[in-house]
Design a protein. Structure first.
Length: 319
């Protein structure tokens, strides 16, 4: 059911080496050996395409690769290049959550306050206007230069500082472009950092209960609140502050995403998908899915299967 999950080292043809950060030009990366598509990452990816054209699929949505588009891919998101062209040029930044956590106290919470990094809530593609390009380019240039010379603790601290600045500017670009329904909710990442740790606990629990559970686990807001030793009202306050949505919508977005993944990449029947997600009644699941996507589960599966293969296959491309 699940596609291959790769670490940064796989895209440098060093799969056995733990690599927490990669910064550079997309066209300078080696062709990854043995990487299959679709796949998912164990790291975050920022990809700024400056020139060239291609097609990119992220969690069953197809995006045309056009100049000056920024893509954000979160850990666990399923993606693949559908039509890789060698003329694609741009910047790529790959980093693990642990690399960010090793920064100054509180930086990990700040990471989770950057709502565009949430795969279930945010729009993964952002057209960059001239102002955003002007802000991001010098940061990427400095980050790449520092990455090339880093060898000790001081350099690592500088890398983390530059990465933090880059992520903050991307958040600003999302708010300005209104490319995600959640990016403008909190005003600024630092304004919600107090709630970010709790929001992260919620999304981690959701990931375990919805995305990683072998057996159905309760995922309703009241169940999640009880597991986190807080009230449903508090979870709503957290989600409104960080994501700009009530907790019920945050939960529904993750459940719908998991349903889509299972419908697209498994042979499970609709009833089996429903049961696997904790729905006792497959008819209720079908109504739930239709309300969220506008299509019945079988119709959605049929439309996706006509366009995309269901098994991971080798292919050209990049992370």
């Amino acid at each position: 059911m699940h596609p291959p999950r790769y670490h940064i080292g796989h895209f440098l043809n060093r799969p056995d080496r733990p690599i927490p950060l990669l910064v550079g030009r997309l066209e300078d990366l080696p062709d990854p050996v043995g990487v299959r598509y679709p796949h998912c990452h164990a790291f975050y990816e920022l990809l700024w395409v400056e020139s060239g054209s291609s097609r990119h699929r992220i969690d069953h949505r197809e995006f045309a690769i056009t100049p000056n588009t920024l893509f954000v891919i979160a850990p666990g998101q399923w993606h693949e290049w559908e039509d890789w062209h060698d003329d694609v040029r741009g910047w790529v930044v790959l980093f693990t959550e642990d690399f960010f956590r090793l920064s100054q106290l509180g930086a990990a919470d700040l990471l989770f306050a950057l709502t565009y990094l949430d795969s279930a809530l945010a729009e993964p593609a952002l057209p960059l206007d001239t102002a955003a390009q002007s802000a991001l380019r010098p940061l990427l240039t400095a980050l790449t230069a520092e990455y090339g010379r880093a060898s000790g603790a001081a350099e690592s601290l500088i890398l983390r500082g530059l990465l933090l600045a880059l992520l903050g500017h991307v958040q600003r670009a999302y708010r300005a472009g209104r490319a995600t329904s959640v990016a403008g909710a909190a005003g600024s990442a630092t304004g919600v950092v107090g709630y970010a740790a709790r929001f992260r606990e919620l999304t981690s629990l959701l990931e375990t209960r919805v995305g990683g559970a072998d057996a159905p686990a309760p995922w309703h807001v009241s169940d999640l609140a009880a597991a986190l030793h807080c009230t449903s009202r508090h979870l709503n306050r957290v989600c409104q502050a960080v994501a700009g949505r009530p907790a019920s919508e945050v939960v529904q977005a993750r459940v719908v995403l998991e349903a889509q993944r299972r419908l697209a990449y498994s042979a499970a029947s609709v009833a089996e998908v429903a049961a696997g997600l904790g729905f006792a009644d497959s008819s209720y699941f079908a109504r739930f899915f239709r309300r969220a996507t506008g299509a019945a589960p079988l119709d959605w599966r049929r439309a996706v299967s006509e366009k995309y293969p269901k098994s991971a296959v080798p292919g050209a491309g990049r992370p």
